[in-house]
Design a protein around this ligand. Structure first.
Ligand code: HEM
Length: 702
């Protein structure tokens, strides 16, 4: 909701029917009282106490122009400027599964290997969510997704091949007996094959298809700032080093798309789902769901917070200097969170950093992007919790995963990003295993039969599309032994049997399925093959990056230390109205008293003229010096009139003998704090009561 609309929403929501004369007046007076109290709150939104140790830093200018990441990833390695650049070819560690003509999916067209939907039904279906046994929170999957959108994007041919009559497809057959998606006569799930590197896959078995990574591979903040100069330019405000934002009562959000009036607006994926509301970000996938969008908002706010702190301390710096410096620090923070919080939470410990190595090629591998890192798809739960500061559900309730797909209203109209960010830290994510929740496996981006897709089946098909070889051969390519028995993959006898009855033999298993089925490495949430592939990719991205923060700031202990000790919890606390959260948000916490990181919101005092939601934007606000006394007088007057009228109204009511003593809504208002606290959470974590309505959802759309 845009600033200034708050009051009208309250009044228009009220039900006035059945209330007469004096009551209407009393009601309006009370409304005025409530509104004026509320207005005094919204007119004095939150800013963080600037004295807090982690709040503001940096007043040096150590970064020179040649030491900046380009937007498209070129030039990070001076000797190999194309390494990691947008558009470069995705690499292979294992040999591509050969096809006779270089194009088809021949191996996987074997009749004894089931189609991806059959495999998904047999192996990826779950009746009940299994929470992560190490207590990981929803931030683990979300950070994984945010970071993958930083590193790789294999675009498909859907709408991107103007020179071709028809994009290449490999639609997935859905049987008419399919228990969730079955329709009379059967269905096909749309599947567009990936874009290919020009000149590859030209119909000759010696020239197999290869695929481009359309974004920069480096952890270079492209998810925030864009992968090409034009997008990066569009996202900038060109004033004070700031990024563009749109001004909402819940705090700054991303800039909004306006394709009609501004043809330079960068494209966003699936914008058609909610075209008019779509936000614009560095990565085109930002609107995919509300949690992802919240993370984008957080890091744009952090950029602007840094920019303001830098500008304050360095009044002579120009927009470009401030922007580049804030960008550099923000990227460092993202890198640090990835290496110091996210990967350790998964149980991945990299070798100690020994400095930049120009011989290391960071290129994203197929085994990583097309297979192993998709493991995050199994860590996603059916619900996104939305909590207030006392960690109770907000009035609008939690969201199912699918309610958050490509819909910005939960953020725009229902309290901003704060409730979502609290919920992510509160909830234990599902275990990394074979199972995908129903919203991803049957209803991704629509109900079955009406656009609904199966992400497990699509992931399998994408592996086949890219010619990724079988599980055992991928293991071998990474120096691991080939397995002979199902029991070597997992101790779980049920899963062994499921694998055995789905695949003809152990050498036919799709790489993703084999990896998801693996028992986890000790103190890790990953099986050994996945663990190795992630470790390899993230090590190469760190050690082969000349501009990685530990290399870039190696001589500047104060800056490097500040970046290193900044956690995701700090970024959340600095940039939202959230005052308290656990210091390591990658582990779930439900007890408020255990949430030991805090950053108080600034107390409103007379003379504070620049408070607004902790993002430091002062434009368009009226100084409280003028508002406060006025609001106080209105409140006192309104209260006196309301009390007089209310007493007369109550007298009338009792004289009329009306037994409508307590309105239903009053019952809720009259709950004591204790009673309110004893109301059950919508989906309590204790006892894992997150309902998974598979049976009802099965009927959906049939
Ligand atoms: C609600 C959350 C998510 C949704 C709806 C989602 C959806 C998708 C979709 C539709 C694709 C493209 C599939 C294809 O056509 O091949 C994809 C790709 C991918 N996803 Fe997710 N995803 C989510 C979360 C995650 C998470 C948590 C991770 C990792 C931790 C992840 C990692 C990946 C990777 C590595 C790719 C391939 C990227 C590329 O190179 O193109 N995703 N996801």
């Amino acid at each position: 909701m845009k600033r200034g609309v708050v009051g009208s929403k309250i009044v228009s929501n009220s039900n006035l029917s059945g209330i007469k004369g004096k009551q209407v007046f009393a009601f309006l007076t009370l409304s005025l009282f409530l509104f004026s109290s509320f207005a005094s709150v919204t007119a004095a939104p939150v800013e963080k106490e600037p004295g807090a140790s982690t709040y503001a830093f940096f007043d040096e200018w150590p970064v020179n122009a040649s030491a900046q990441y380009s937007h498209d990833g070129t030039g990070v390695n001076i000797g190999h400027p194309g390494w990691g650049a947008a558009g470069s070819q995705i690499s292979r560690v294992s040999t591509r599964y050969p096809t006779t003509d270089g194009e088809s999916l021949t191996f996987w067209d074997r009749t004894d290997v089931p189609n991806p939907r059959e495999i998904s039904n047999a192996l990826c279906h779950e009746n009940q969510t299994h929470p992560d046994s190490r207590g990981l929170s929803d931030y683990v999957w979300l950070w994984g997704q945010f970071v993958t959108h930083e590193m790789d994007h294999t675009t498909t041919q859907d709408g991107r091949t103007p020179d071709q009559d028809q994009p290449d497809t490999a639609y997935i057959e859905i049987d008419e007996d399919d228990p969730w998606m079955g329709f009379s006569g059967g269905l096909q799930m749309r599947f567009f094959r990936s874009m290919v590197i020009n000149g590859t896959g030209s119909g000759d078995s010696s020239n197999q298809r290869e695929h481009p990574n359309t974004i920069s591979a480096w952890l270079d903040g492209s998810v925030i700032y864009g992968n090409e100069q034009s997008r990066a330019d569009w996202l900038r405000e060109y004033s004070g080093g700031r990024m563009k934002v749109s001004d909402f009562s819940e705090g700054d959000l991303l800039p909004q798309a306006d394709y009609e009036n501004d043809p330079t607006t960068p494209g966003m994926s699936f914008a058609g789902f909610n075209f008019s509301n779509s936000f614009v970000a560095g990565d085109g996938r930002a609107n995919e769901h509300v949690a992802l969008l919240s993370m984008h908002v957080l890091f744009v706010r952090e950029h602007n917070r840094l920019a303001e702190a830098i500008a304050d301390r360095n009044p002579n710096w120009n927009d470009e200097q401030i922007y580049q410096y804030a960008r550099h620090i923000n990227i460092g923070i993202m890198q640090s969170i990835t290496y110091n919080e996210y990967l350790p939470s998964l149980g991945i410990e990299l070798e100690t950093y020994t400095g930049y190595n120009p011989n290391i090629d960071p290129t994203i591998s197929n085994e990583f992007a097309t297979v192993a890192f998709r493991m995050g798809h199994s860590q996603i739960g059916s619900f996104m919790l939305r909590m207030n500061e006392t960690r109770r559900p907000i009035a609008e309730g939690h969201l199912t995963l699918r309610e958050g797909f490509f819909d910005v209203t939960p953020i725009v109209d229902e309290g901003g990003i704060g409730p979502i960010l609290r919920g992510l830290a509160y909830n234990v994510e599902p275990e990394n295993d074979l199972y995908f929740v129903d919203d991803l496996r049957n209803q991704m981006f629509g109900p079955p039969g009406a656009g609904g897709m199966d992400l497990c089946a699509i992931d399998i098909q994408r592996g086949r599309d890219h010619g990724v070889t079988d599980y055992n051969s991928v293991r071998e390519a990474f120096g691991l032994t080939r397995y002979v028995n199902w029991s070597e993959i997992t101790n779980d006898i049920e899963i062994q049997e499921m694998l055995n009855s789905t695949y003809p033999d152990i050498d036919s298993v799709d790489a993703l399925i084999g990896m998801l089925a693996e028992d986890h490495v000790e103190n890790s949430s990953l099986g050994p093959t996945m663990h190795l592939i992630l470790k390899d990719q993230f090590t190469r991205l760190r050690d082969g990056d000349r501009l990685h923060f530990e290399s870039q700031f190696s001589e500047m202990d104060n800056i490097r230390n500040e970046i290193e000790r900044t956690t995701l919890a700090d970024v959340i606390l600095r940039n939202t109205e959230i005052e308290r959260i656990q210091c390591d948000v990658f582990y779930a916490e439900e007890v408020l008293d255990e949430m030991d990181c805090s950053l108080p919101n600034k107390k409103v005092t007379d003379g504070d003229s620049n408070n607004n939601q902790g993002n430091g934007n002062t434009e368009g606000t009226v100084p409280l010096t003028y508002i406060f006394p006025l609001v106080l007088i209105i409140m006192i007057l309104a209260l006196v009139v309301a009390m007089m009228l209310a007493s007369s109204w109550m007298k009338d009511e009792s004289e009329e003998g009306d037994e409508r003593a307590v309105a239903e809504s009053d019952l809720q208002d009259n709950l004591t704090d204790d009673e309110e606290a004893s109301q059950p959470l919508l989906f309590g974590r204790n006892g894992r009561e997150m309902p998974h309505k598979v049976n009802e959802e099965r009927k959906f759309g049939r």
